[in-house]
Design a protein around this ligand. Structure first.
Ligand code: NDP
Ligand code: 8G0
Length: 448
């Protein structure tokens, strides 16, 4: 079966899973030259096999709110592929979570994890629980209940979840406590744990910092650098605020962050004090717009950042947040580089538009791989029970991000996709990630 036939089959079978189809097509359209060079992939039906998860667990979560009322949510864990190592990927708590979203995220995770060069397979999980407006006790009860249902399917050598949207250090700690309580195992079953009980230094910063390290390599490839560049960031969560922090540390001017309510625009740039204030504000679930009263700038209610002039965009909120109109605004406003902090923040049309206009574009599976890479380092540290310093992890992260950049750029060149210095990172990253997984599957024969 050819790749295009496999896509048709996915489209027919999963017509009700648009995000998943979108993610599959984005990989499919770029790996044809690799497939042509490797007839064994066709023989072993690698693509057809990889678009179907190994398994999906679906479960109900019963929990009690502060009024003593019983609440019911749905949860899932998608174990997509363990060809390269234990299933690895975050857990998302957001009302928009469904199987389509988790399958797209799990599918992407397979190739991202392969790109890190660390032994991790791909998976993703979550629940349609909305943490907004919930008390700490409600969050705790939900996390306990979620882990009570999830724990039979995971372990440090089988499947290793972590946080994602709506799941940070507090939630990981509650889930870890329940896992430990039920299994009596104090090991590396979750990453993003507190540093006092098995967490890695730098895991919190890793995704945002890594995205900026990736950008540094993209800029260097064009004989350019980040100093003095104007940076637009969307989102105001873990990825966004740490991307802002690193961009500022390296001499860029961070003009925006945003959330579901609107965009914060500070023409003077956000320095460390302002970023620390934003972290505090978000940790207390307080509104971004209060910033204007303290530091000035503008609050643009219900607006995205893309109508503002800048050099670099780091969309770091959620999937499909940048549509074709937003892409046009980016190009009109001078954006030359895009590094995806979020997973699939650009729609397919937006990607086509920015690439057509020769904006240097790094897909999430390359640019945001720093988070899962440091999770991989957390797993190793848990196994050997020895912990690295912040500086040691930072060095490894820099090295991994540079390696992902260089491998993707090299594949773009080798497969004839680099055009006059314009590197096709999307094709390059997909080819490198896919090849590592496909070669493992071929070696296994027809077992996954
Ligand atoms: P957080 O929950 O910390 O932050 C999410 C941010 O995005 C918040 O500011 C939130 O705003 C905003 N947001 C979420 N959904 C929407 C929406 N529908 N519309 C507008 N804004 C929205 O999540 P993370 O920073 O961890 O994750 C952000 C992205 O990065 C996700 O795509 C995630 O999968 C990806 N990622 C995360 C990694 C990590 O290590 N955390 C690793 C690699 C990728 P509000 O508070 O108003 O909802
Ligand atoms: O550490 C992880 O496994 C993790 C957590 C959240 C998101 C991601 C990702 O790569 O999208 C990975």
């Amino acid at each position: 079966m050819s790749i295009s036939q496999a896509i048709e089959k996915v489209e027919a079978r999963y017509a009700h899973q648009p995000e998943f189809i979108q993610a599959v097509k984005e990989v499919a359209i770029t790996i044809a030259p690799l497939y042509d060079a490797h007839p064994e992939y066709d023989t072993f039906k690698i693509f057809e096999r990889l678009v179907e998860p190994d398994r999906v667990f679906a479960f109900r979560i019963n929990w009690e709110n502060d009024k003593g009322e019983v609440q019911v949510n749905r949860g899932w864990r998608v174990q997509f592929s363990n060809a390269l190592g234990p299933y690895k990927g975050g857990v998302r708590f957001h009302p928009t979570v469904n199987q389509s979203v988790l399958k797209f995220l799990g599918f992407e995770q397979i190739f991202k994890n392969a790109l890190t060069g660390l032994p991790m397979g791909g998976g993703k999980g979550g629940a349609d629980f909305d943490p907004k407006g919930k008390s700490d006790s409600e969050i705790r009860r939900f996390c306990y209940a979620f882990m009570r249902e999830l724990h039979p399917y995971i372990s440090k050598d089988i499947d290793v979840p972590a946080g994602d949207i709506g799941v940070g250090g507090r939630e990981v700690s509650y889930m870890f406590a329940m896992y430990k309580n039920l299994t009596r195992e104090h090991g590396g079953v979750l990453t993003g744990k507190g540093v006092g009980f098995g967490g890695s230094l730098m895991r919190t910063e890793a995704t945002g910092y890594g995205a900026v390290y990736f950008l540094e390599s993209m800029l260097a490839a064009q004989n350019d650098n980040i100093k003095g560049k104007k940076v637009l960031i969307s989102g105001a969560g873990n990825v966004s605020l740490h991307a802002a922090e690193k961009a500022h540390m390296l001499g860029a001017t961070v003009l925006t962050v945003s959330d579901s309510q609107g965009t914060l625009y500070d023409a003077n740039g956000m320095d460390q004090e302002k970023i620390d204030w934003l972290k505090q504000q978000k940790a207390q679930s307080k509104p971004l717009c209060d910033y204007v009263d303290v530091y000035g700038g503008e609050w643009l209610a219900k607006q995205k950042p893309w109508h503002i002039k800048g050099d670099i965009a780091i969309p770091s909120a959620t999937q499909n947040e940048v549509n074709e109109d937003d892409a046009k605004l980016m190009v009109e406003n001078g954006i030359k580089y895009i590094a995806e902090g979020a997973n699939m923040p650009l729609t397919a049309e937006a990607i086509d538009y920015v690439r057509l206009h020769r904006v240097h574009y790094a897909p999430g599976k390359a640019a945001n791989a720093g988070g899962v890479a440091v999770s991989g380092l957390e797993m190793s540290q848990n196994s050997v029970r020895q912990y690295k310093t912040f500086e040691e992890v930072d060095e490894r992260l820099k090295c991994i991000m540079k390696n992902i950049h260089d491998c993707a750029a090299e594949a773009s060149e080798n497969y004839g996709q680099t055009d006059n210095g314009y590197i096709d990172y999307m094709t390059g990253a997909n080819i490198v990630g896919f090849k590592r997984v496909a070669d493992a599957l071929c070696a296994y024969g027809i077992l996954n």
